[in-house]
Design a binder for this molecule. Structure first.
Ligand SMILES: NC(=O)c1ccc[n+]([C@@H]2O[C@H](COP(=O)([O-])OP(=O)(O)OC[C@H]3O[C@@H](n4cnc5c(N)ncnc54)[C@H](O)[C@@H]3O)[C@@H](O)[C@H]2O)c1
Length: 382
């Protein structure tokens, strides 16, 4: 079993998810490589304390990421810091010759993403990917197999999105995601958009143009100090894109939604593909279920609701009938990263993390979406 020695920069919510995934690597079958977290970095001492207490393999804990990057034993880094730090820290990691799993949006804006992509080009020996875990749900993998096998026929339409209701409570104090200096002008698109783009981009469904409508529904919030603070970023975004299907050269509409204020939705990721021969739909609200419609000319149009079990891309010890959850998706994503790092190619086309090039398309799309909303026009995605 090969061991990949990892450092984590940004030991908050997502940094701890990697620690948990690494700790239960034995859950995976047939893996010939595993991560070991040996170094952690965070400016918040309590975040480091959690790692010291819970991850015995950690031998370095520092507040300065440069110190972690000087550690010759660290081969790969997971960086999960606020968006304003992506360019500086991702380029430092890549320039230090460490492999990188970066968090979305992979740069606070297009110019930051361009700088990261240039740095990757200058360091071809470094393996770089962007995180996105939801496509690893068994039902989504099944939709992906259907895409790969061209089972849908001509595509009628695609809908994908990520809906939260975490900001519905107008008394919730402001956090960094509502400030342009930390989260960027994209707002909810930068935060949630990559999740909704991963499968369509991997399918080769690239947006040619976009008409976007963006909403700032809660323009100010408590500042946590007794006053109010201005919320500068977009809460909700609806993007209608014209997509060219490389399979047949035809175009179809793709409706992409990223909402931070979607009443009734706690953390809903969904994907629907409607084709002339088959249709399929999945929502993380019903994690165990996939909706399928298999149509033959002149026949009935009947939706089937099929229970999925634990039919994961990377095989696990869990029995095939048991349900799948968020930590399982994270484990699958990390298996995909480690597998591709070690083998030089993904296990399957869709059982793979977001590439830097795909992150670049998302930035072109979200930058065009900002212009579209500003001018109330359809804008080419160039
Ligand atoms: N893949 C997902 O599902 C998912 C979910 C949530 C967040 N994210 C992404 O993860 C990233 C971090 O978000 P989060 O929710 O974990 O945030 P978080 O606030 O929980 O954690 C960020 C951590 O970074 C640390 N930090 C800030 N500046 C630092 C610096 N200069 N050096 C070292 N550490 C520093 C903070 O102290 C904090 O502990 C963002 O890019 C976000 O978009 C991804």
């Amino acid at each position: 079993m090969k061991t990949v020695k990892f450092g984590i920069i940004g030991c908050g919510l997502m940094g701890r998810e990697l620690a948990s995934a690494a700790a239960r690597w034995l859950h995976l079958l047939d893996m010939d490589a595993k991560p070991e977290i040996i170094a952690v970095c965070d400016q918040n001492e309590s975040a480091l304390a959690w790692f010291r207490q819970n991850v015995p393999s950690v031998t370095q804990a520092t507040a300065d990421y440069r110190e972690l990057l000087k550690n010759d034993e660290v081969e790969a880094v997971y960086c999960a810091v606020p968006h304003n730090l992506h360019q500086e820290i991702y380029t430092a990691i890549i320039s230090a010759g460490k492999h990188l799993m970066g968090e979305k949006p992979f740069g606070i804006d297009k110019s930051a993403n361009d700088a990261i992509l240039r740095c990757i080009e200058e360091h071809p020996g470094v393996f770089v990917r962007c995180s996105s875990e939801f496509p690893f749900s068994p039902a989504v993998q099944r939709i992906c197999d259907m895409i790969e096998n061209e089972e849908f026929g001509g595509i009628i339409e695609v809908a994908s999105g990520f809906l939260h209701s975490s900001d519905l409570d107008t008394n919730k104090p402001i956090n960094w995601k509502r400030k342009i200096s930390f989260n960027g002008e994209y707002g909810c698109m930068g935060d949630l958009g990559m999740h909704a783009c991963h499968v369509p981009f991997r399918a080769g469904w690239m947006p040619m143009n976009v008409r976007a409508m963006l909403s700032n529904l809660v323009p100010e919030r408590p500042d946590g100090k007794g006053g109010m603070a201005v919320c500068e970023t977009w809460d909700n975004a609806s993007l209608l894109c014209e997509v060219n299907n490389p399979a047949d050269g035809c175009t179809f509409p793709w409706l992409l939604k990223t909402y931070r204020i979607a009443p009734g939705e706690k953390d809903t990721w969904y994907l629907e593909v409607r084709g002339m021969k088959k249709c399929a739909g999945f929502s993380s609200k019903n994690i165990n279920s996939i909706q399928l419609l298999d149509y033959t000319n002149g026949g009935e149009q009947a939706w089937q609701h099929v229970d999925m079990g634990h039919e994961t891309a990377f095989k696990t010890i869990t029995g095939g009938i048991f349900e799948f959850g968020f930590p399982d998706a994270i484990l699958q994503m990390w298996a995909a990263f480690v597998y591709e790092l070690v083998h030089g190619k993904p296990l399957k086309k869709f059982a793979a993390c977001v590439t830097p090039g795909e992150s670049g398309v998302s930035h072109r799309l979200f930058t065009a979406a900002l212009e579209s909303h500003r001018n109330r026009t359809t804008v080419p995605v160039e």
